[in-house]
Design a protein around this ligand. Structure first.
Ligand SMILES: Cc1cc2nc3c(=O)[nH]c(=O)nc-3n(C[C@H](O)[C@H](O)[C@H](O)COP(=O)(O)OP(=O)(O)OC[C@H]3O[C@@H](n4cnc5c(N)ncnc54)[C@H](O)[C@@H]3O)c2cc1C
Length: 510
């Protein structure tokens, strides 16, 4: 059977679509197979798109599109308020949450963005539809995979049970927590579930925003014995989301309006638009890949959502496996590059799970103090202690740039000693990011007048490795990968064999 598309992607959630766009960015055709005909508009799970994910979206020209379509402008708020109710008394607040305050900051090419996951998915779907390389097949699912020495044959099942087969050289399994792909390669999740249930509600409440005394905030955490949880806006009109912590599905479904009213702290009129029960899980696949099948996103790892890292980590996976598959398929990288995917991405997921579990250790029920609901004097007596506990336990949830921007691929088999970090960012001019000067494949950054720079250019040309250059004399010489991570860095006087560096970073014998 001949290959239909070089890469088949099982699952068209945010991570599968991001994988398709990364492959398309490098000119590699791919097919995404996804059962849902439409994005799930009333299941807005992720709201936090990190600064790093926005930087990666910028590479595809999509950061500005997402900001234009996001109902909450990034300048609208970077705060999280803790109060006794949405309309209640304020206990404390955080500023500079989720990298939303980083506009124009030299550390990043993009600040974070609050935007509901379905809108991000729709922007990614639109970009796939517009791409000459990527295609999305909806209402079909991947139901079986058979891998051999030259490729993978996949069984697909359609909406009416129709079956067909497709053949690809590689498969990316981005098919979520119940991944059929994970089962097909014999990988297993390892880890634990959190026992506490949570219940999400999307509701419409005209006029509610005008009554909120706390000003704009991306999260309003409610520390109330009646119903602990958090509330936020989906748009600047009347649509809201909330998470009721400790509420079991049957209790939530029995009376969602009561939950909304308890979180608001008043008998408001609200129309319940959707409910979504869930439990947090801390699970990591014991392996990420076979020879030709790679797991990405929730199929490979699940973390509690506190801190907003799940899909953001998955987009990091998508870019990592996407450029590597493209490099191999385009003929300038070797199989060792593909094996580095698990070595680089699994530790990032392990660290993310650990940090998100730490965020989950203290939620609204643990922070609630009955005196907060008492008289003014009782509230004031309790407030300083509760506020201190909030800052002690929740700061890392709202301020996590160390994780979001700081993860490194140091120690990877395709990264030279001392390298692996994300290339340091700075602005070159108004809205002119240093990252905008990088090519789509490898880029040599630094003083290009040196003999060592000339060696790299010559070695890359000789080996057929695509190499752009960016003359930036103020910095060390750096070989920067398509994902903006530094594969090698050194000084002009270092004794370096450029050809060996390229062999290592492309996973290929040269
Ligand atoms: C309450 C909550 C809040 C969250 N908030 C955030 C946040 O703020 N920031 C953040 O980064 N993350 C957040 N997350 C996590 C985020 O929602 C997930 O990490 C994200 O959806 C993972 O994307 P994915 O594409 O890997 O998987 P999914 O979104 O699960 O997509 C998998 C896709 O595969 C499809 N599929 C399933 N089986 C098959 C098959 N056999 N063949 C083909 N396709 C298949 C499914 O239809 C689905 O579209 C939150 C999660 C929850 C529960």
């Amino acid at each position: 059977m001949s290959v239909d598309a070089p890469v088949l992607i099982a699952g068209g959630g945010p991570v599968g679509l991001a994988t398709a766009l990364e492959l398309a960015h490098h000119g590699v055709p791919c097919l995404v197979v996804e059962p849902r005909p439409e994005v799930s508009w009333l299941r807005p799970r992720a709201k936090t798109t990190s600064a790093r994910t926005m930087e990666l979206f910028r590479r595809w020209g999509l950061a500005a599109v997402i900001r234009d379509r996001a109902p909450l402008p990034v300048a609208w708020s970077d705060e999280a308020v803790f109060a006794t109710g949405l309309l209640g008394r304020e206990i404390t607040r955080f500023q500079g949450c989720f990298g939303l305050d980083l506009t124009g900051d030299d550390r990043v090419a993009e600040p974070g963005q609050q935007v509901a996951q379905p809108l991000v998915e729709q922007v990614l779907r639109d970009a796939v539809a517009a791409s000459p390389h990527a295609a999305l097949l909806t209402e079909w699912r991947v139901t079986g995979l058979r891998e051999d020495g030259t490729g993978v044959t996949a069984d697909l099942t359609g909406p009416d049970g129709t079956a067909k087969q497709t053949r690809a050289e590689y498969v990316v399994g981005a098919d979520g927590s119940r991944s059929a792909t994970r089962a097909a390669i014999g990988a297993k999740y390892e880890g634990a579930d959190d026992a506490r249930p949570n219940f999400n509600i999307v509701f419409r409440a005209p006029g509610l925003a005008d009554r909120v005394p706390h000003g704009p905030a991306v999260h309003y955490w409610v520390l109330s014995p009646d119903q602990p949880g958090l509330v936020g806006r989906l748009d600047l009109a009347d649509t809201w989301w909330c998470i009721a912590q400790g509420v079991a599905q049957e209790d939530g479904e029995a009376d969602p309006l009561r939950i909304v009213r308890n979180l608001v702290g008043a008998d408001v009129d609200a129309e319940i638009l959707a409910t979504d029960p869930w439990r947090a899980r801390m699970l990591l696949a014991d392996r990420y890949a076979s020879d030709r099948v790679f797991l990405a996103g929730d199929a490979a790892h699940l973390n509690p959502p506190w801190g907003g890292h799940g899909f953001n980590t998955g987009v990091g996976d998508a870019v990592n496996i996407g450029w590597k598959l493209a490099a191999v398929l385009n003929g300038w990288a070797g199989p060792r590059l593909l094996r580095s995917y698990e070595a680089e991405r699994r530790p990032v997921a392990a660290r993310t799970i650990e940090e998100a579990a730490r965020n989950m250790a203290t939620l609204a029920p643990e922070l609630t103090d009955p005196r907060l609901a008492g008289t003014g004097a009782e509230f004031e007596a309790a407030r300083p202690g509760v506020a201190a506990a909030v800052h002690r336990s929740k700061d890392g949830e709202f301020h996590s740039l160390d994780l979001v921007l700081g993860y490194s691929y140091a120690g990877s088999p395709v990264v030279s000693d001392g390298a692996g970090e994300r290339m340091p960012h700075r602005w070159l001019g108004p809205n002119e990011s240093r990252y905008d000067r990088l090519g789509r494949e490898f880029t040599l950054v630094g003083d290009l007048s040196t003999a060592l720079a000339a060696d790299f250019v010559k070695a890359a040309a000789g080996a057929g490795v695509p190499l752009d250059t960016f003359d930036d004399p103020g910095d060390r010489l750096m070989l920067v990968r398509p994902d903006q991570h530094v594969a090698w860095a050194g000084d002009a006087g270092d004794a370096v064999d450029a050809r060996s560096v390229l062999a290592r970073t492309t996973g290929r014998r040269l």
